[in-house]
Design a protein around this ligand. Structure first.
Ligand code: FAD
Length: 376
């Protein structure tokens, strides 16, 4: 460990490594420490949204077909109801979490980031961070240590809100992907989403309540998915993780900034956690360069605003069969509305540019709810 550095990043997951790259691009000396060994795996749907792919490219991380499989949109499936939409310009990428991590590590180390693995950070103090009894002095401390962030606690940056706690389980299957869309299969209180991640491999993430998800009978909840998977062989072991939506009053204090899940998270069903972290990294890099974290605080709020709106809509669909089916009928009847809402979700359209579509969607929802009673 060096005695000092400009930026010390606690956590070398996707958010920490993206923050490291952004800081290096702005000329800082950067140290990253993570308690795990790379490539780090994690339960994840493994779908990287198009804006996340683009944000990584701007940081010099080129992900290609040799690492994953592009997908061109999203399909929602609820028994007989189906609705799909394509991304407006570029597709997303289905990529195994370990391959994404490996690509980020290689790029970061190539860019001059100093990495320490199997190295837990024990504390922060007024001079810097404490690692294995040694203090590393630094100008900036970045907490990229995930949903249970200790840096957040040490800095006194408390969560002011948390949503429903759900459980996510991930399993890979050896099967040729049957579509180039990410498919989300819906059931009340649970979703399974399928991301093509290789020519002979799909990733299935099941998300549901902590009671429902672990013992869930996939075939009973999602018969169409069970048909698709047929006798496909599970690959590797199943992994689980908590999916929870959390909000903080502030993500910076003094010279400390939080990023990624440590700075507040959105439910996994949005498929947006990674892209959010990569956007946050870009704006954090600019704030570090300016020597003032105020702009990061503001842009962090802006970056998470729209995903939170989408999350609310998706969780409403999770909680009510009636609402979900009306919503699916509404977007199936007018695919352009779905495409434009998806374009807003990935930042290709500004929300006001889709205001007519939101209005149209709301009208259709209301219309499908109206029961016309015969007059007596
Ligand atoms: C079931 C599920 C499915 C998901 N699907 C998707 C999806 O399809 N697409 C998408 O974009 N997002 C998805 N997400 C969200 C995404 O996984 C997260 O947003 C993303 O992992 C956040 O990255 P991070 O770097 O902030 O945190 P993490 O990936 O959790 O990394 C935090 C790192 O900090 C390290 N660490 C913690 N404490 C210390 C310490 N004291 N010292 C040193 N190191 C420490 C850990 O070892 C870890 O490597 C999903 C989430 C779940 C739960």
């Amino acid at each position: 460990m060096p005695a000092d550095t400009d930026v010390f990043i606690v956590g070398g997951g996707p958010a920490g490594l993206a923050a490291a790259l952004a800081a290096r691009q702005n000329g800082f000396e950067v140290v990253v420490a993570d308690r795990a060994h790379p490539p780090i795996d994690k339960a994840c749907g493994e779908g990287l949204m198009p804006d996340g792919v683009a944000a990584l490219r701007r940081m010099g991380v080129e992900l290609g077909c040799w690492q994953g499989l592009p997908f061109r949109g999203i399909r929602f499936v609820d028994n007989e109801l189906e609705a799909e939409a394509w991304f407006p310009h570029h597709g997303g990428l289905g990529i195994r979490r370990t391959l994404l991590h490996q690509a980020l590590v290689e790029r970061a180390e190539h860019a001059g980031v100093v990495t320490y693995w199997q190295t837990p950070v024990d504390a922060i103090d007024p001079c810097g961070v404490t690692v294995g009894g040694q203090t590393v002095r630094c100008r900036w401390i970045i907490g990229a240590d995930g949903i249970h962030s200790r840096v957040r606690q040490w800095a006194g940056l408390r969560q002011v809100w948390s949503g429903v706690r759900r459980m996510g389980l991930r399993q890979h299957f050896r099967v040729r992907p049957w579509t180039d869309l990410v498919e989300v299969f819906w059931h009340k209180g649970a979703q399974a989403y399928v991301t093509p991640v290789g020519p002979e491999e799909v990733c299935v993430a099941l998300i549901g309540s902590a009671e429902k998800a672990p013992g869930a009978d996939m075939a009973a909840l999602f018969p169409q998915l069970a048909d698709r998977l047929g006798r496909a062989e599970p690959m590797g072991s199943q992994r689980g993780a908590i999916s929870i939506s959390t909000k903080l009053a502030a993500v910076t204090r003094g010279r400390i900034a939080l990023i990624g899940d440590a700075s507040g998270s959105v439910d996994a069903v949005t498929g947006d956690g990674l892209a959010l972290a990569f956007h946050q990294a870009t704006s954090l890099g600019a704030a570090l360069a300016a020597g003032d974290l105020t702009s990061y605080e503001t842009s962090h709020r802006r970056i998470v605003r729209m995903p939170r709106v989408m999350e609310r809509l998706l969780l409403l669909m999770d909680g009510s069969d009636g609402f979900r089916r009306r919503a699916l009928r509404a977007v199936a009847a007018r695919p352009t509305t779905f495409s434009r809402l998806l374009a807003v979700h990935v930042g290709a359209l500004r929300p006001w540019e889709a205001s007519f579509d939101v209005f149209d969607f709301a009208l259709r929802l209301l219309a499908s709810r109206t029961v016309i009673r015969p007059s007596i």
